[in-house]
Every structure is written in structure tokens, then in C-alpha cells.
Design a binder for this molecule. Sequence first.
Ligand SMILES: Cc1cc2nc3c(=O)[nH]c(=O)nc-3n(C[C@H](O)[C@H](O)[C@H](O)COP(=O)(O)OP(=O)(O)OC[C@H]3O[C@@H](n4cnc5c(N)ncnc54)[C@H](O)[C@@H]3O)c2cc1C
Length: 501
Amino acid sequence: MNVMTAVRAASDTKAVEHFDVLIVGAGISGIGSAYQLTKQLPDRSFVILESQDSFGGTWLTHRYPGIRSDSDLHTFGYSFKPWVGPPIATADEIKSYMGDVIAENDLARHIRYKHRIERASWSSDTNLWTVEAVRTDSQDPVTFTANFLWMCQGYYRHSEGYTPDWKDVDKFKGRIVHPQLWPRDIDLKDKTVLVIGSGATAATLIPSIADTCAHVTMLQRSPTYFRVGRNAIELAETLRQLQVKEEWVHEIVRRKILFEQDAFTRRCLTEPEQVKKELIGQISAILGPDYDVATHFTPTYRPWRQRIAFVPDADLFEGIKSGKASVVTDEIDRFTEKGVLLKSGRELAADIIVTATGFNLCMLGDIALRIDGKPLDFADTVTYRGMMFTGVPNMAWVFGYFRASWTLRTDLVADFVCRLLTHMKTKGVNKVVPQLRAEDHNMPLLSWIDPDNFNPGYMMRNMHLLPKRGDKPEWQHSQDYWTEKDEFPKIDLDDGAFVYG
Ligand SMILES: Cc1cc2nc3c(=O)[nH]c(=O)nc-3n(C[C@H](O)[C@H](O)[C@H](O)COP(=O)(O)OP(=O)(O)OC[C@H]3O[C@@H](n4cnc5c(N)ncnc54)[C@H](O)[C@@H]3O)c2cc1C
């Protein structure tokens, strides 16, 4: 069956549009992938489908006060577009940067907003994906066909955050808010606010509301690591004083940051106790000798097993030092009319409780995938280097880095996908599917991410739903930018792990 017959067959009643590549999501990954596709393979037709009404993904969804990146924008930003502001950026600044990328590269005409993809089915008869979306404004169904699915839908569900199942939540007389669904009408003025959680979201939100509320308390079950420093990069400032071009500043500063991050990550493995001492020492120095850093800021895990948030200008700690914010380390027994009762027996009263308790992991954007009529169970697949999956043809997922900026992987995966698409054209084939080779069949199958290496709650809660990884480099998902940046460009596309058809 040729493409046109397949397109007609996909729907008898509705017009079906066909694209060579269909990108899911207009977040930082989707826009970056689209840019690379236009530059590397300008002859390919493509569309980006996005369920929200604008671009930005994470930076559009999250609207809580103070929302900002926790990694620097020289590496979170794209390699091809200089970042000219302070390294830690607000959501608005990131959206504006993405907007410039879209405008400068004429990408807007490729994006369809308000298109939520619900189903995608692969047919080996046609070597096409049929993608069924719903227009979120009219609820009209829309169908597309595509040769290749480029999954840039991120890793968590945008429509809801994660809230643990606490006892007696309904008894609380105040307001409960999840940062992911921050209400526009909320007034924090002179209110007592309790923020549950101590990750990057809590660390960002607390300093930005501390001056408005009567008092804000951060309640954490256990402490988290933070890094503090000035929201500036001295080298960038010096280069700018010397009137070095912004393209050079971006590249030089990126290299410096990546070099230092590599050294820091390795130190976390080789001398974790020393790194721990340094991180905690920075906080002690700000909060002073009388502050109980041992209880509130001394994690029990090794640094980097969870993401380490950067706190620019130590604003969280300055808030604590000033007395406007405080920290309680304890567990919630249950909610009460006034607030929460802790396991220690102490009650924390609040007008507003903010549940900064994280995300619901969401694989593949809640899209029901079928391969030749059979529903795909993602957990039955083995990942090819954390970007393709055994038995799943013509699909790549951009799952970025956690220890380095997410976007660094967007670029690496994009180069790989463009190389793969070129290779397929040269070979005259329309299908590529990763498959375990004969020598891989006795390979132990491991969890998606090594929990000893990296173990945030949202991953651990859902590991059973994620693809498996093997113990060979081809089937690993190492989350190691510094090895992948050298290995990905050398991937042998004629290796037996790729089956073409
Ligand atoms: C508050 C917060 C702060 C963060 N800070 C950093 C940081 O500083 N540095 C860092 O490296 N990482 C950070 N991260 C991780 C962050 O999510 C990624 O870095 C990055 O923004 C993800 O980009 P993405 O485009 O891959 O996915 P997302 O930003 O999640 O965007 C995915 C897009 O796909 C769309 N989509 C999903 N499913 C469908 C569907 N079925 N149909 C149509 N559209 C769909 C969504 O609407 C969304 O717009 C942060 C995460 C959060 C939540």
C-alpha cells in the first residue's frame, strides 16, 4: 500500500494530513528538535502537535510565584542560540527565548496548538503511524499519518501534580494548592502558608512569597541538597567587558560549565563525604552556628542521587535567616481543621497549604500506542540508549538529563534522529526497529534508571511502568552526558540492534 492509499484508509470521513515526521509537544525539546530537523533535513515535512494553547511546556504549565530554572541557561538553552541574561532564568525569560527561536527560524507555521494526541497506531503494512488527536477547543477529532514519531512530550503529566494520600485532608478548613495548578485568584497577603516539600519548587516558591505572607513554613520529611551562589557567571561578565561576541561567550561559558559539572558529578561518586561537607558548609555559613543544619539541611543520601537545586543569591536561606521563613523536618500524621498534625505531636497551623510534592510521571504523553493492532506495554520493551525501544518502529523519545541540563540531550538525540533518517533514505527503507541481537538474549534486564545512581520519588514510584535497560552500552540509559556526547555520534547504524524494513 502506498502512502496516499494508507492516508485515505486511515479515515474514510475526515481529511488526513501526512507528514514525514510528527513531533509531540512544543516544550523546549519539541522546539529544539524541530530546529535541528529544519537545519539538518530541510526536505522533510513535519508538524508539531501541542495540547496547550502555546509553546513552553514546563515553563507554560508552571505559573507559581518565582518559577525559575534551577540549572543555568547557557546549557539549558540551545547550543545554537546564545543566552545573554543571568544564568538562572524565570519561566517568562525562558518562554521569550523560545519565542525568539520560533520566530527566527520560522517554526510557528509547523506548530498546531490545542491538539491533544490520544492514540497512535503503527502499521507494518504501510510503515506509517496513524496519530489521532482531539482539538481541545472544539473537541473535534483530527487524524494525521507520519513516518516517524519524535516524542518530545516530557516525563510528567501536565494536567495534574502528585499529591500523597494524606489522612483527613478534607477536614482542613483552609485552602490547598498544588504549585502545578497555581490559581490566579489566590491572595497570600498576611496569610500563614505551609509549603509541604523541599525540592526545587519549594526552594523557588518560598523566597518569592516570604515578603508577602505573614509567615511561610517549609515542611519536609527529609532534607535535600542545595547549592548556593551568585546568579551570575564571572567568566561571562569578563568576556562581555572585553566585548567578545555573544556567540563566543555562550560557547565558552557552556564549555566551562560542562567541564565543572563533569568534575563535580565525578567527585560526588569518588568523594561523596567531602562534597556533602562542602554543600552543607555553604548553608551553615549563611544560617550561622546556632541554626540546626544537622536536622534540616543534612540529607542521608549521597549527593546527586537526586537533582541538586541551585539557589541563586541564597534567597531561600536569606528568607530563613530573616525569620520570614522557617523549616520543620517531620512527618505528617494527618490533616486537621487548622493545618497538619505531625508525627512528633506538633500541630502546624496554616491558612494556605501548598503541596510542593512533585509530579506524576507520565510516559509517552498518555498516548495509547498500538503496534500492528496490539497495545504497547512500554514496560515490556528494552531501551536502545534511552531513546528508542525494542519492538517500537520509527519512534524516538527525548528523555533529557537530570544531572546536567535536560536540553543537552535534546541536541544529542536530534543529531542521532537526523542521522538515522538520512541513513534510512540512503538505504531506501521506511522502517527501523530496535531489536535485541542474538548475543543480547541472556543479558540481565534492569530498571530504566539505576536507583543507586539516581532515585527521585516520581521515578521510584513508577519504575515498574518504564522500559527496561540492559547491561551493555547499546541497551543502557546512563544519564551520563559526558560519555553520550562522544558515543552518540559514533553509533553504528548498521549494527544488528537496528532492523530495517
Ligand atoms: C518546575 C520545573 C523546573 C525545572 N527546571 C529545570 C531546570 O532548571 N533544568 C533542567 O534541566 N530541567 C528542569 N526541569 C525538567 C524539565 O521538565 C525539562 O528540563 C524540560 O523543560 C522538559 O522539556 P520537554 O520539552 O522535554 O517537556 P515539557 O516541558 O514537559 O513539554 C512537553 C510538552 O508536550 C505536550 N504534550 C504532552 N503530551 C501531549 C499529548 N498527548 N498531545 C499533545 N501534546 C502533548 C505538553 O503539553 C508540553 O507542552 C524542570 C521541571 C519542572 C517541572
